[in-house]
Design a binder for this molecule. Structure first.
Ligand code: V47
Ligand code: SF4
Length: 391
């Protein structure tokens, strides 16, 4: 049900905290909130307050529409020269016998498994292997594109790109052009973590920094490509670091308009060097989604990544600003299950995802990578029992 202007106005007017009331007024009047407003929301605002505001914004932008797409992942390797403390997935290059590395043929065989399936996107991301260079990945993209030209190729974080461009001794502009010519169409949002050096130096000091990450996305946007942005939250960062991260993304989005969606990623603490750090509560997670919706006013979409958040929580997030769920992934995406996500088999058939969205009283819409509508599921009802049973 659409949240009315009158309803949200009464919630804001009845708030006893004057500062929170002023922020609420700004949001109702479509004005941008400031850095300090963002921090204040994290410090003082209750979940019902930010939740109601975020839901208002979400419904103004999208009504009940909740997007998902059908994609699959390819992880070329889990061997990595970097050593991010939160990572449960990579094997250091020094212990490369414990990891995997796929050849172009191996990866093409993964693509071929989807030959008769209506997937629209492949998401290629993995560790940073020193032997898998720029030209290897250009060959991979060419091979996938030649086999299945309709598939949107989304791949490589600035962490991988920065390394492969430096190794090939090409500029970011040259490197991005080589990959674009080979068929790359979008960049995923990974590798952003927390931009602020106070935190970045503690959790992933040796990989590309904030400026490098933002520059690569900017160049991609300049070449006409789109991209996503993530934020790894709920570990050792403070509220100010979260807002700083969102502020940097909001500024770049003002310049280029090239980001599609913002994806907050909840830190999971299993089997990594930060296992002693407690995970955040569901209330804190939902507050974060809501505040992200309020702060990122120039991002059309806020996405929940259900293999990391869990299906139930992803469903709940649809009432707190989220209007986009990451897809029906049918392979075994290891980075998340290895970090302690309760989603042991991160695959969800379309009918389950549609049911999950309908149970939240939202309207499921299948999209492609660029948010063109493929199918509106408003009038399709699946048998909830069957959908639940195959959960
Ligand atoms: O950058 C690693 C995160 C990211 C952990 O663009 C962890 O559509 C939580 O960016 N706990 C990679 N998170 C995944 C990613 C992504 C996922 C889905 C969709 C898209 C998209 C992008 O995974 C890394 C890092 O932030 N990650 N370890 C962990 N223990
Ligand atoms: Fe390597 Fe990425 Fe893991 Fe960092 S998060 S260690 S860059 S695979």
């Amino acid at each position: 049900m659409k949240q009315t202007h009158k309803h949200i106005q009464s919630i804001v007017s009845n708030t006893s905290n004057k500062q929170l009331q002023l922020i609420g007024e700004k949001i109702i009047n479509n004005q941008r909130i400031s850095f300090d407003d963002g921090v204040l929301l994290f410090e003082k605002a209750s979940l019902p307050y930010v939740g109601a505001l975020a839901n208002f914004v979400r419904e103004q932008k999208h009504g009940d529409k909740t997007y998902f797409n059908r994609n699959f992942h390819i992880e070329p390797t889990n061997i990595c020269v970097f050593n991010c403390k939160f990572c449960s997935y990579s094997r250091l290059y020094a212990h490369k016998e414990e990891g995997w590395e796929l050849s172009i043929d191996d990866m093409l065989n993964i693509v071929k498994k989807y030959d008769n399936q209506p997937v629209t996107e492949v998401h290629i991301v993995g560790g940073v292997h020193p032997k898998m260079n720029l030209y290897f990945f250009a060959d991979l993209l060419n091979a996938i594109h030649a086999h299945r030209p309709d598939l949107h190729l989304k791949g490589f974080t600035p962490v991988e790109l920065d390394y492969m461009f430096r190794k090939a001794k090409v500029s970011v502009e040259e490197g991005m052009k080589i990959l674009k010519d080979a068929g790359l169409q979008s960049l995923p949002g990974g590798g952003a973590e927390i931009f602020h050096p106070e935190i970045r130096q503690q959790i992933c000091e040796d990989k590309v920094d904030a400026e490098g990450w933002l520059h690569i996305h900017k160049v991609a946007h300049t070449l006409g490509m789109h991209s996503n942005a993530t934020m790894l939250f709920g570990h050792i960062e403070k509220y100010g670091h979260r807002v700083d991260h969102m502020e940097k993304l909001r500024q770049l989005q003002d310049e280029t308009g090239g980001f599609n969606t913002f994806i907050p990623l909840k830190f999971r603490n299993k089997d990594n060097d930060m296992s002693h750090v407690a995970e955040t509560s569901i209330v804190e997670d939902m507050r974060l989604y809501a505040i992200a919706r309020l702060y990122m006013d120039n991002f059309s979409h806020i996405k929940a990544y259900w293999p990391m958040l869990g299906r139930q929580n992803a469903q709940l997030s649809l009432s707190f600003g989220v209007n986009d769920l990451d897809g029906t992934i049918d392979d075994t995406t290891k980075i998340y299950s290895m970090a302690g996500s309760e989603e042991q088999t991160p695959s969800m058939r379309t009918e389950q995802l549609v049911t999950l969205i309908q149970q939240a009283k939202r309207q499921p819409v299948e999209r492609d990578t660029l948010y063109n509508v493929i199918k509106d599921y408003s009038n399709i009802a699946y048998n909830e029992t069957i959908a639940a049973l195959s959960n």
